[in-house]
Design a binder for this molecule. Structure first.
Ligand code: S3P
Length: 438
Protein backbone atom coordinates (compact mmCIF):
# COMPACT_ATOMS: atom_id res chain seq x y z
CA UNK A 1 0.00 0.00 0.00
CA UNK A 2 1.60 3.24 -1.20
CA UNK A 3 0.30 6.54 0.20
CA UNK A 4 0.45 9.94 -1.46
CA UNK A 5 0.40 13.19 0.47
CA UNK A 6 -1.61 16.34 -0.27
CA UNK A 7 -0.34 19.91 -0.29
CA UNK A 8 -2.99 22.02 1.40
CA UNK A 9 -2.89 20.43 4.86
CA UNK A 10 -3.56 22.66 7.84
CA UNK A 11 -3.58 20.66 11.04
CA UNK A 12 -6.27 21.58 13.55
CA UNK A 13 -8.91 19.97 15.74
CA UNK A 14 -9.04 17.46 18.55
CA UNK A 15 -8.12 13.77 18.41
CA UNK A 16 -7.87 10.87 20.85
CA UNK A 17 -4.42 9.33 20.97
CA UNK A 18 -4.38 5.61 19.99
CA UNK A 19 -3.53 3.13 22.76
CA UNK A 20 0.07 2.55 23.76
CA UNK A 21 1.63 -0.38 21.92
CA UNK A 22 4.16 -1.31 24.62
CA UNK A 23 1.52 -1.24 27.36
CA UNK A 24 -1.09 -3.09 25.26
CA UNK A 25 1.35 -5.96 24.71
CA UNK A 26 2.33 -6.12 28.37
CA UNK A 27 -1.24 -6.13 29.67
CA UNK A 28 -2.11 -9.08 27.42
CA UNK A 29 0.88 -11.05 28.68
CA UNK A 30 0.43 -10.26 32.37
CA UNK A 31 -3.36 -10.59 32.07
CA UNK A 32 -3.03 -14.05 30.53
CA UNK A 33 -0.48 -15.06 33.16
CA UNK A 34 -2.71 -13.95 36.07
CA UNK A 35 -5.54 -16.13 34.74
CA UNK A 36 -8.51 -14.28 36.21
CA UNK A 37 -11.42 -12.54 34.43
CA UNK A 38 -10.36 -9.05 33.42
CA UNK A 39 -11.34 -6.26 30.97
CA UNK A 40 -8.87 -3.89 29.27
CA UNK A 41 -9.96 -0.53 27.82
CA UNK A 42 -7.96 1.73 25.53
CA UNK A 43 -6.20 -1.26 23.93
CA UNK A 44 -4.26 -0.70 20.70
CA UNK A 45 -6.11 -2.93 18.26
CA UNK A 46 -3.10 -3.03 15.93
CA UNK A 47 -1.22 -5.89 14.30
CA UNK A 48 1.60 -6.08 16.87
CA UNK A 49 -0.58 -6.52 19.97
CA UNK A 50 -2.83 -8.87 17.98
CA UNK A 51 0.07 -11.16 17.09
CA UNK A 52 0.97 -11.29 20.80
CA UNK A 53 -2.67 -12.09 21.65
CA UNK A 54 -2.76 -14.91 19.07
CA UNK A 55 0.49 -16.36 20.40
CA UNK A 56 -0.91 -16.33 23.96
CA UNK A 57 -4.16 -17.98 22.82
CA UNK A 58 -2.11 -20.64 21.02
CA UNK A 59 -0.55 -21.72 24.33
CA UNK A 60 -3.91 -21.80 26.12
CA UNK A 61 -4.95 -18.22 27.01
CA UNK A 62 -8.55 -17.12 26.43
CA UNK A 63 -8.39 -13.55 25.12
CA UNK A 64 -10.63 -11.75 22.65
CA UNK A 65 -11.21 -8.18 21.48
CA UNK A 66 -14.78 -6.90 21.14
CA UNK A 67 -16.14 -4.41 18.58
CA UNK A 68 -15.30 -1.48 20.91
CA UNK A 69 -11.64 -2.61 21.09
CA UNK A 70 -12.11 -3.79 24.68
CA UNK A 71 -10.02 -6.81 25.54
CA UNK A 72 -11.76 -9.60 27.41
CA UNK A 73 -9.43 -11.91 29.30
CA UNK A 74 -11.15 -14.95 30.75
CA UNK A 75 -10.05 -17.45 33.35
CA UNK A 76 -8.76 -20.45 31.43
CA UNK A 77 -10.25 -23.92 31.66
CA UNK A 78 -6.84 -25.41 30.88
CA UNK A 79 -3.31 -24.62 32.00
CA UNK A 80 -0.78 -23.14 29.60
CA UNK A 81 0.46 -25.81 27.22
CA UNK A 82 3.13 -26.48 24.61
CA UNK A 83 2.38 -25.50 21.07
CA UNK A 84 3.00 -27.81 18.09
CA UNK A 85 2.78 -24.92 15.64
CA UNK A 86 5.26 -22.05 15.76
CA UNK A 87 4.15 -18.90 17.58
CA UNK A 88 4.19 -16.18 14.91
CA UNK A 89 5.00 -12.75 16.35
CA UNK A 90 4.79 -11.05 12.94
CA UNK A 91 6.68 -7.74 13.02
CA UNK A 92 6.81 -7.36 16.78
CA UNK A 93 10.16 -7.29 18.59
CA UNK A 94 8.38 -6.60 21.88
CA UNK A 95 5.98 -9.52 21.34
CA UNK A 96 8.80 -11.95 20.54
CA UNK A 97 11.26 -10.92 23.25
CA UNK A 98 8.62 -10.79 25.99
CA UNK A 99 7.01 -14.07 24.94
CA UNK A 100 10.43 -15.74 25.00
CA UNK A 101 10.76 -14.64 28.63
CA UNK A 102 7.28 -15.80 29.63
CA UNK A 103 7.41 -19.20 27.91
CA UNK A 104 10.96 -19.96 29.11
CA UNK A 105 9.85 -19.10 32.64
CA UNK A 106 6.85 -21.42 32.37
CA UNK A 107 9.08 -24.26 31.13
CA UNK A 108 7.13 -24.76 27.90
CA UNK A 109 8.17 -26.31 24.62
CA UNK A 110 7.56 -23.84 21.80
CA UNK A 111 8.99 -22.49 18.60
CA UNK A 112 8.83 -18.94 17.30
CA UNK A 113 8.76 -17.26 13.91
CA UNK A 114 8.03 -13.82 12.47
CA UNK A 115 8.13 -11.72 9.33
CA UNK A 116 11.24 -10.88 7.30
CA UNK A 117 12.10 -7.81 9.39
CA UNK A 118 11.73 -9.62 12.74
CA UNK A 119 13.72 -12.57 11.36
CA UNK A 120 16.70 -10.29 10.75
CA UNK A 121 16.74 -8.67 14.22
CA UNK A 122 19.17 -9.65 17.02
CA UNK A 123 17.71 -11.98 19.63
CA UNK A 124 21.01 -12.96 21.30
CA UNK A 125 20.37 -10.09 23.70
CA UNK A 126 17.51 -12.12 25.26
CA UNK A 127 18.74 -15.63 24.46
CA UNK A 128 22.00 -15.07 26.40
CA UNK A 129 20.48 -14.02 29.75
CA UNK A 130 17.66 -16.58 29.45
CA UNK A 131 20.25 -19.31 28.83
CA UNK A 132 22.22 -18.11 31.87
CA UNK A 133 18.98 -18.42 33.85
CA UNK A 134 18.76 -22.08 32.79
CA UNK A 135 16.54 -21.96 29.70
CA UNK A 136 17.10 -24.38 26.79
CA UNK A 137 17.04 -22.28 23.64
CA UNK A 138 18.05 -23.07 20.08
CA UNK A 139 18.46 -20.36 17.47
CA UNK A 140 20.27 -19.79 14.22
CA UNK A 141 23.03 -17.25 14.86
CA UNK A 142 20.98 -15.50 17.53
CA UNK A 143 18.01 -14.93 15.23
CA UNK A 144 14.67 -16.50 14.32
CA UNK A 145 13.62 -19.28 13.98
CA UNK A 146 14.00 -19.96 17.71
CA UNK A 147 12.81 -22.95 19.70
CA UNK A 148 12.75 -23.55 23.42
CA UNK A 149 12.45 -26.84 25.25
CA UNK A 150 11.27 -27.42 28.81
CA UNK A 151 13.67 -26.43 31.58
CA UNK A 152 13.63 -25.26 35.16
CA UNK A 153 15.15 -21.84 35.72
CA UNK A 154 17.52 -20.95 38.57
CA UNK A 155 15.77 -19.50 41.61
CA UNK A 156 17.80 -16.26 41.70
CA UNK A 157 19.26 -14.27 38.82
CA UNK A 158 21.22 -11.04 38.67
CA UNK A 159 21.97 -9.30 35.37
CA UNK A 160 23.46 -5.98 34.27
CA UNK A 161 21.94 -4.85 30.98
CA UNK A 162 24.71 -4.51 28.34
CA UNK A 163 22.34 -2.64 26.00
CA UNK A 164 19.71 -0.07 27.01
CA UNK A 165 16.63 -2.14 26.16
CA UNK A 166 13.25 -2.29 27.86
CA UNK A 167 12.49 -5.44 25.92
CA UNK A 168 15.49 -7.27 27.38
CA UNK A 169 14.68 -6.01 30.88
CA UNK A 170 11.04 -7.07 30.51
CA UNK A 171 11.94 -10.48 29.08
CA UNK A 172 14.04 -11.27 32.17
CA UNK A 173 11.40 -9.95 34.59
CA UNK A 174 8.72 -12.09 32.92
CA UNK A 175 10.95 -15.18 33.00
CA UNK A 176 11.45 -14.53 36.73
CA UNK A 177 7.74 -13.97 37.33
CA UNK A 178 6.69 -17.10 35.45
CA UNK A 179 9.31 -19.38 37.04
CA UNK A 180 9.00 -17.88 40.52
CA UNK A 181 12.65 -16.77 40.50
CA UNK A 182 13.89 -13.67 42.25
CA UNK A 183 15.44 -11.18 39.80
CA UNK A 184 17.87 -8.31 40.18
CA UNK A 185 18.49 -6.16 37.11
CA UNK A 186 21.08 -3.42 36.97
CA UNK A 187 20.07 -0.81 34.44
CA UNK A 188 22.83 1.73 33.64
CA UNK A 189 20.54 3.92 31.49
CA UNK A 190 16.82 4.30 32.19
CA UNK A 191 14.55 2.64 29.63
CA UNK A 192 10.75 2.56 29.57
CA UNK A 193 9.47 1.11 32.84
CA UNK A 194 5.97 -0.08 31.87
CA UNK A 195 6.66 -3.67 32.96
CA UNK A 196 7.78 -2.59 36.43
CA UNK A 197 4.77 -0.28 36.84
CA UNK A 198 2.32 -2.90 35.64
CA UNK A 199 3.77 -5.62 37.85
CA UNK A 200 3.45 -3.27 40.80
CA UNK A 201 -0.12 -2.31 39.73
CA UNK A 202 -1.09 -5.99 39.88
CA UNK A 203 0.50 -6.47 43.31
CA UNK A 204 3.97 -7.87 42.57
CA UNK A 205 6.75 -7.24 45.03
CA UNK A 206 9.04 -5.16 42.79
CA UNK A 207 11.09 -2.10 43.58
CA UNK A 208 13.56 0.16 41.80
CA UNK A 209 16.29 2.03 43.62
CA UNK A 210 18.91 4.37 42.19
CA UNK A 211 22.50 3.58 43.19
CA UNK A 212 25.79 4.92 41.76
CA UNK A 213 24.01 6.34 38.72
CA UNK A 214 22.20 3.08 37.88
CA UNK A 215 18.72 1.66 38.46
CA UNK A 216 18.60 -1.50 40.56
CA UNK A 217 15.34 -3.34 39.86
CA UNK A 218 14.47 -6.13 42.29
CA UNK A 219 11.60 -8.56 41.72
CA UNK A 220 11.03 -10.80 44.75
CA UNK A 221 10.54 -14.55 44.15
CA UNK A 222 7.12 -16.25 44.00
CA UNK A 223 4.78 -13.32 43.39
CA UNK A 224 1.04 -13.74 43.60
CA UNK A 225 -0.68 -11.21 41.35
CA UNK A 226 -4.24 -9.89 41.61
CA UNK A 227 -6.01 -9.03 38.34
CA UNK A 228 -8.13 -5.91 38.05
CA UNK A 229 -9.56 -4.10 35.05
CA UNK A 230 -7.01 -1.97 33.24
CA UNK A 231 -7.08 1.15 31.05
CA UNK A 232 -4.27 1.63 28.53
CA UNK A 233 -3.14 5.26 28.10
CA UNK A 234 -2.43 6.72 24.64
CA UNK A 235 0.87 6.13 22.87
CA UNK A 236 3.17 9.16 22.96
CA UNK A 237 5.18 7.58 20.12
CA UNK A 238 2.07 7.76 17.90
CA UNK A 239 1.15 11.22 19.22
CA UNK A 240 4.64 12.39 18.14
CA UNK A 241 3.63 12.21 14.44
CA UNK A 242 0.62 14.44 15.08
CA UNK A 243 2.65 16.79 17.29
CA UNK A 244 5.28 17.34 14.61
CA UNK A 245 2.54 17.70 11.96
CA UNK A 246 1.04 20.57 13.96
CA UNK A 247 4.43 22.14 14.68
CA UNK A 248 5.64 22.28 11.06
CA UNK A 249 2.31 23.06 9.37
CA UNK A 250 0.29 26.21 9.61
CA UNK A 251 -1.58 24.98 12.71
CA UNK A 252 -3.60 27.28 14.96
CA UNK A 253 -3.93 24.44 17.46
CA UNK A 254 -4.21 20.66 17.64
CA UNK A 255 -5.44 18.96 20.80
CA UNK A 256 -4.32 15.37 21.41
CA UNK A 257 -6.24 13.76 24.23
CA UNK A 258 -5.11 11.03 26.61
CA UNK A 259 -1.39 10.89 25.82
CA UNK A 260 0.80 8.66 28.01
CA UNK A 261 3.23 10.82 30.01
CA UNK A 262 5.46 8.21 31.61
CA UNK A 263 8.75 10.08 32.28
CA UNK A 264 10.67 7.24 30.59
CA UNK A 265 8.82 8.14 27.35
CA UNK A 266 8.43 11.94 27.40
CA UNK A 267 11.92 12.75 26.08
CA UNK A 268 10.29 13.60 22.75
CA UNK A 269 8.47 16.52 24.41
CA UNK A 270 11.71 17.71 26.04
CA UNK A 271 13.57 17.49 22.72
CA UNK A 272 10.85 19.33 20.78
CA UNK A 273 10.48 21.99 23.49
CA UNK A 274 14.25 22.53 23.35
CA UNK A 275 13.75 23.11 19.62
CA UNK A 276 11.20 25.81 20.45
CA UNK A 277 7.94 23.82 20.21
CA UNK A 278 4.78 25.30 21.66
CA UNK A 279 3.26 22.29 23.47
CA UNK A 280 0.97 22.77 26.44
CA UNK A 281 0.47 19.82 28.79
CA UNK A 282 -3.00 19.85 30.42
CA UNK A 283 -5.10 17.72 32.79
CA UNK A 284 -2.27 15.53 34.09
CA UNK A 285 -3.64 12.40 35.72
CA UNK A 286 -2.86 8.74 36.50
CA UNK A 287 -4.51 5.81 34.68
CA UNK A 288 -3.81 2.25 35.90
CA UNK A 289 -0.46 3.38 37.33
CA UNK A 290 0.65 5.31 34.21
CA UNK A 291 0.66 9.13 33.98
CA UNK A 292 -1.26 10.70 31.09
CA UNK A 293 -2.38 14.17 29.95
CA UNK A 294 -3.94 16.13 27.09
CA UNK A 295 -1.66 18.14 24.81
CA UNK A 296 -2.29 21.40 22.93
CA UNK A 297 0.20 21.91 20.11
CA UNK A 298 0.58 25.02 17.94
CA UNK A 299 2.71 25.81 14.90
CA UNK A 300 6.16 26.87 16.13
CA UNK A 301 9.39 28.27 14.79
CA UNK A 302 11.85 25.45 15.47
CA UNK A 303 15.62 25.57 15.83
CA UNK A 304 18.30 22.87 15.66
CA UNK A 305 19.50 21.02 18.80
CA UNK A 306 22.02 18.37 19.88
CA UNK A 307 20.58 15.07 21.10
CA UNK A 308 22.84 12.41 22.62
CA UNK A 309 23.52 10.37 25.76
CA UNK A 310 20.87 9.38 28.30
CA UNK A 311 17.90 10.89 26.43
CA UNK A 312 18.41 8.55 23.45
CA UNK A 313 16.72 5.37 24.85
CA UNK A 314 13.82 7.61 25.94
CA UNK A 315 13.30 8.95 22.38
CA UNK A 316 14.48 5.90 20.46
CA UNK A 317 11.17 5.38 18.62
CA UNK A 318 10.65 9.10 17.98
CA UNK A 319 14.04 9.88 16.39
CA UNK A 320 12.72 9.49 12.80
CA UNK A 321 9.91 12.02 13.35
CA UNK A 322 12.19 14.33 15.41
CA UNK A 323 14.52 14.21 12.37
CA UNK A 324 11.64 15.45 10.20
CA UNK A 325 11.07 18.34 12.65
CA UNK A 326 14.83 19.05 12.47
CA UNK A 327 14.68 19.10 8.67
CA UNK A 328 12.34 22.12 8.89
CA UNK A 329 14.09 23.88 11.78
CA UNK A 330 16.46 26.80 11.70
CA UNK A 331 20.08 25.58 11.97
CA UNK A 332 21.64 22.19 12.47
CA UNK A 333 20.49 19.24 14.60
CA UNK A 334 22.93 16.53 15.63
CA UNK A 335 21.85 13.09 16.89
CA UNK A 336 24.50 10.73 18.34
CA UNK A 337 24.57 7.54 20.49
CA UNK A 338 21.63 6.14 18.52
CA UNK A 339 23.23 3.05 16.96
CA UNK A 340 20.26 0.97 18.20
CA UNK A 341 18.25 2.54 15.37
CA UNK A 342 20.11 0.26 12.98
CA UNK A 343 18.41 -2.85 14.47
CA UNK A 344 14.80 -1.66 14.66
CA UNK A 345 12.06 -2.73 12.20
CA UNK A 346 14.48 -1.37 9.57
CA UNK A 347 17.87 0.32 9.72
CA UNK A 348 16.19 3.60 10.58
CA UNK A 349 19.30 5.77 10.19
CA UNK A 350 19.75 4.49 6.64
CA UNK A 351 16.04 4.82 5.85
CA UNK A 352 15.85 8.43 7.11
CA UNK A 353 19.03 9.33 5.25
CA UNK A 354 17.71 7.90 1.97
CA UNK A 355 14.39 9.73 2.38
CA UNK A 356 16.27 12.96 3.08
CA UNK A 357 18.42 12.47 -0.03
CA UNK A 358 15.28 11.97 -2.14
CA UNK A 359 13.83 15.21 -0.76
CA UNK A 360 17.08 17.17 -1.05
CA UNK A 361 17.48 17.67 2.71
CA UNK A 362 21.16 18.22 3.57
CA UNK A 363 22.49 15.82 6.17
CA UNK A 364 25.59 13.92 7.22
CA UNK A 365 25.55 10.28 8.37
CA UNK A 366 27.40 8.79 11.32
CA UNK A 367 27.47 5.16 12.44
CA UNK A 368 25.47 6.20 15.55
CA UNK A 369 23.37 9.07 14.24
CA UNK A 370 23.29 11.97 11.80
CA UNK A 371 23.42 15.73 11.55
CA UNK A 372 20.64 17.51 9.69
CA UNK A 373 20.69 20.98 8.15
CA UNK A 374 17.25 22.51 8.54
CA UNK A 375 15.52 23.72 5.38
CA UNK A 376 13.20 26.09 7.30
CA UNK A 377 10.71 26.72 4.51
CA UNK A 378 8.65 24.64 2.17
CA UNK A 379 10.59 22.18 0.01
CA UNK A 380 10.16 22.95 -3.66
CA UNK A 381 9.63 19.64 -5.41
CA UNK A 382 9.60 19.71 -9.20
CA UNK A 383 9.31 16.07 -10.07
CA UNK A 384 7.31 13.22 -8.56
CA UNK A 385 9.19 11.73 -5.63
CA UNK A 386 8.82 8.25 -4.13
CA UNK A 387 10.28 7.43 -0.75
CA UNK A 388 11.08 3.92 0.47
CA UNK A 389 9.60 3.13 3.87
CA UNK A 390 11.50 -0.19 4.10
CA UNK A 391 8.21 -1.62 5.37
CA UNK A 392 8.74 0.27 8.61
CA UNK A 393 5.76 2.02 10.22
CA UNK A 394 7.73 4.83 11.84
CA UNK A 395 9.64 5.63 8.63
CA UNK A 396 6.43 5.62 6.59
CA UNK A 397 4.56 7.95 8.98
CA UNK A 398 7.57 10.27 9.36
CA UNK A 399 7.85 10.93 5.61
CA UNK A 400 4.07 11.22 5.21
CA UNK A 401 4.23 14.06 7.78
CA UNK A 402 7.19 15.60 5.88
CA UNK A 403 4.81 15.83 2.93
CA UNK A 404 3.09 18.73 4.74
CA UNK A 405 6.13 20.87 3.88
CA UNK A 406 6.51 19.82 0.23
CA UNK A 407 5.29 21.96 -2.67
CA UNK A 408 3.95 18.88 -4.51
CA UNK A 409 2.51 15.58 -3.27
CA UNK A 410 5.09 12.89 -2.51
CA UNK A 411 4.52 9.13 -2.42
CA UNK A 412 5.68 6.90 0.42
CA UNK A 413 5.97 3.26 -0.59
CA UNK A 414 4.82 0.15 1.32
CA UNK A 415 2.88 1.84 4.12
CA UNK A 416 0.85 -1.15 5.27
CA UNK A 417 3.20 -1.61 8.22
CA UNK A 418 1.50 1.47 9.75
CA UNK A 419 -1.23 -0.97 10.91
CA UNK A 420 1.21 -2.50 13.40
CA UNK A 421 1.19 0.58 15.65
CA UNK A 422 -1.27 3.23 14.38
CA UNK A 423 -4.14 1.47 12.57
CA UNK A 424 -6.28 4.63 12.16
CA UNK A 425 -3.45 6.96 11.07
CA UNK A 426 -5.09 7.79 7.71
CA UNK A 427 -8.50 8.51 9.33
CA UNK A 428 -6.95 10.60 12.13
CA UNK A 429 -4.76 12.71 9.84
CA UNK A 430 -7.79 13.26 7.58
CA UNK A 431 -9.94 14.30 10.57
CA UNK A 432 -7.43 17.04 11.44
CA UNK A 433 -7.15 18.34 7.87
CA UNK A 434 -4.44 16.31 6.14
CA UNK A 435 -5.50 13.89 3.40
CA UNK A 436 -3.42 10.86 2.44
CA UNK A 437 -4.43 9.01 -0.68
CA UNK A 438 -4.07 5.29 -1.41
C1 S3P B 1 9.84 -1.38 23.45
C2 S3P B 1 11.14 -1.05 23.70
C3 S3P B 1 12.03 -0.41 22.71
C4 S3P B 1 11.22 0.25 21.61
C5 S3P B 1 10.15 -0.65 21.08
C6 S3P B 1 9.18 -1.03 22.18
C7 S3P B 1 9.06 -2.08 24.49
O1 S3P B 1 12.85 -1.38 22.12
O2 S3P B 1 12.07 0.66 20.57
O3 S3P B 1 9.43 -0.02 20.04
O4 S3P B 1 7.83 -2.21 24.35
O5 S3P B 1 9.68 -2.53 25.46
P1 S3P B 1 14.22 -1.88 22.81
O6 S3P B 1 13.93 -2.53 24.08
O7 S3P B 1 14.81 -2.83 21.80
O8 S3P B 1 15.04 -0.63 22.95
Amino acid sequence: MNLTTSTDGQILGRVKCPGDKSISQRVLILGAFMNQDMVVDGFLNGEDPLSTMNALNQIGADISVDEDDRVLLRKRKQSFHNSDNALNLGNSGTGLRLMLGLTSGMGLKASFCGDESLSSRPMGRVINPLTEMGANIEALEGKLPISISPSTLNMQYKYELPVASAQVKSCILLAGLASGAGIEIIEPIQTRDHTERMLSNFGANIETTFLDGKNIIKLAPNNILRAKNYTVVGDISSAAFLIVAALISNSPGLEIMNVGMNPSRTGVLQALKKMGANIEVKNQRLESGEPCADLLVKQSKLKGVNLSGKIIPNIIDEIPIISIAAAFADGETTIRDAKELRVKESDRLKAVSEGFSALGIMHENFEDGMSIKGAKDQLIIDQSISIESYDDHRIAMSFLIAGLKCSKPITVKDCKNIFTSFPNFIEITSSVGYELEK
